[in-house]
Design a binder for this molecule. Structure first.
Ligand SMILES: [Zn+2]
Length: 561
């Protein structure tokens, strides 16, 4: 509790209009039933909620905000996702030069403040507001879009009921609106479930299913048929499960893929659509998890017109996503971008993407050769895994192209000797490779159930056994605060939600170039890179532990290989 019942009693008894006897009896009641006196006082109309809020705010040293009296800009509101707002009892209600104004039922919740500051990169200015006011203000979230959505759906439903077919405009509009609305609400899945009287449309947002709208049963068959047509499934099949995919353009102009699964249940066919757009939204370097210093190194190199950008790590380390994000920034109409990939992991607008095909013997090397005939400016080669590909890629980089590729190595410095192993001349490596980015993906702590603990240096040392521990944690700090997720419904009890990269960014300096010419070991390159300020993945991960983004266990797991 933010403030004790005793304190509340003292605050309220100073008010002229309050009946002292009633206050005393409510105080005793609160004590006996272990209830909040503040709540009782408002319930019994002894004081007004906002008035009490003012008193409490003053007592705890924060400004009070009555959200009923402010207009909240939609963009500001959405700084805090609805689920977080609901759980943490907070609402972002304003933004100015001082930062983001945040109404909080507990402004002393420093963890959520610091998490939001990290997420937004802006200062959070906490205000106190009562739980009741915040709860009421939560409706602001869905209101507008929900109203608009319901309007569109209902208009089209009334038209569809008059004997429409699945190919008719109203039915098409209903399905499109559902998918668009799901996407805008960051839903991962859309469920369309038939029941006796009505069909229920539900969205899964951050792991939780929300009821969105009910549709009359008459329209259900039409929706199913329309979705089957879009996903190229059999419309005359009603008894068997079917899977398909829809590629469509949203109202916003973005393209998304929707994986469709249809399963017959008692009341008809149920549809689950998975929106596969998440990936495209993550294609920004800023959200991948680069520290500011590393991000600047990458951005500097991206501006060079030719040479190589190499991304490295084991399978599933997010290295391709990093390259996609760079391409997304570089891709403009005047520039010709081509890729050869295995597989093409994501369709990019205005990029010529070629898929490696073993059957037709379209290899990385062959695809790369054909790309080069088309005068590209930027080339992405999915992976350099043999001498042929390495040779052509390096040559392309030598002849005025910017080449991006991945190599399967464990860290950044090892990548350069690996190219030597592929029989590439050292001077070619030295004159083409601009930067090497090594990475792993680590799970992020669930923001819904994050808690912190204070560890002494010794305790931390036990849990994070590093040879150079003292270099990471300055000896003048006696205790270190770390975080973990307790587990909740949103993260399915795991304590983790989402993932972020840890990086090792190594620009190839003049000194490193000369080291390659001397064919030195990776360890020598590593030492030099460290001297030039390269942070290791482990160090980047430790920063993310201290920032409350991940746990020690997760970092150790991800860096074990
Ligand atoms: Zn959780």
């Amino acid at each position: 509790m933010l403030i004790s019942n005793e304190k509340i009693k003292a605050l309220v008894s100073d008010l002229d209009l309050v009946d002292k006897k009633q206050l005393e009896s409510l105080y005793i009641l609160a004590k006996e039933e272990k209830k909040s006196l503040a709540k009782l006082l408002v319930e019994k109309d002894v004081v007004e909620d906002a008035q009490l809020g003012q008193l409490i705010a003053r007592a705890v040293g924060y400004d009070f905000i009555d959200l009923n009296k402010v207009e909240i800009d939609d963009e500001v509101l959405k700084i805090v996702p609805e689920v977080v707002a609901r759980k943490q009892k907070i609402i972002a209600f304003g933004r100015d030069k001082d930062g983001i104004k945040l109404a909080m039922a507990n402004p002393k919740n420093l963890e959520i403040i610091s998490l939001l500051e990290k997420k937004t990169g802006q200062e959070i200015v906490p205000f106190y507001s009562t739980e009741r006011i915040i709860r009421t203000a939560l409706v602001k979230y869905q209101q507008e879009i929900q109203e608009e959505f319901s309007k569109v759906i209902n208009e089209n439903i009334s038209q569809a009921k008059e004997g429409a077919k699945a190919e008719d405009i109203p039915v098409i509009k209903i399905v499109d609106s559902i998918i668009n609305h799901g996407y805008e609400n960051k839903a991962s899945d859309i469920h369309i479930e038939p029941s006796d009287e009505r069909t229920l449309v539900r969205f899964r947002i951050d792991g939780i299913l929300h009821d969105i709208i009910k549709i009359p049963s008459e329209v259900h068959e039409l929706l199913i048929t329309r979705i089957k047509i879009m996903a190229k499934l059999r419309t005359d099949e009603h008894q068997a499960a079917q899977d398909g995919k829809i590629s469509m353009k949203l109202e916003s102009g973005e393209k998304i893929d929707v994986r469709v699964s249809i399963v017959p249940i008692v009341d008809g066919e149920k549809i689950v659509m998975r929106l596969l757009s998440e990936k495209s939204r993550q294609f920004s370097l800023e959200t991948l998890g680069f520290s500011d210093v590393d991000l600047n190194k990458v951005k500097k190199v991206m501006k060079l017109p030719y040479g190589m950008i190499l991304s490295t790590g084991p399978t599933g380390s997010g290295k391709t996503t990093t390259l996609y994000s760079i391409i997304k920034i570089l891709n403009s109409r005047e520039i010709n971008v081509s890729t050869i990939e295995d597989p093409v992991e994501y369709d990019m607008d205005d990029v010529n993407q070629i898929q490696v095909n073993q059957k037709t013997e379209l290899t990385f090397a062959k695809g790369l050769k054909s790309i080069l005939r088309q005068d590209p400016d930027i080339i992405m080669v999915g992976e350099i895994r043999d001498e042929d590909t390495a040779g052509i890629a390096i040559n392309a980089a030598m002849t005025g192209h910017l080449v991006l590729s991945t190599v399967h190595t464990n860290d950044a410095p090892t990548t350069l000797p690996r190219l030597l192993d592929m029989d590439i001349e050292p001077f070619l490596i030295a004159s083409t490779v601009n930067i090497v980015i090594a990475q792993r993906l680590i799970r992020k702590i669930c923001t819904q159930c994050v808690v912190s603990e204070s560890l002494s240096r010794d305790e931390l040392k036990k849990r994070l056994p590093l040879k150079d521990f003292d270099q990471h944690f300055s000896t003048d700090k006696k205790t270190i605060r770390i975080y973990h997720g307790k587990g909740c419904g949103v993260c399915s009890g795991t304590g983790y939600k989402g993932r972020v990269g840890i990086f090792e960014v190594m620009p190839v300096s003049e000194t490193i170039k000369s080291l390659i010419m001397q064919r030195v070991d990776a360890s020598v390159i590593r030492k030099q890179a460290r001297e030039e300020g390269m942070k290791t993945m482990m160090e980047d991960g430790i920063e993310k532990i201290i920032a409350g983004m991940t746990t020690i266990e997760e970092l150790l797991r991800a860096t074990r290989e």
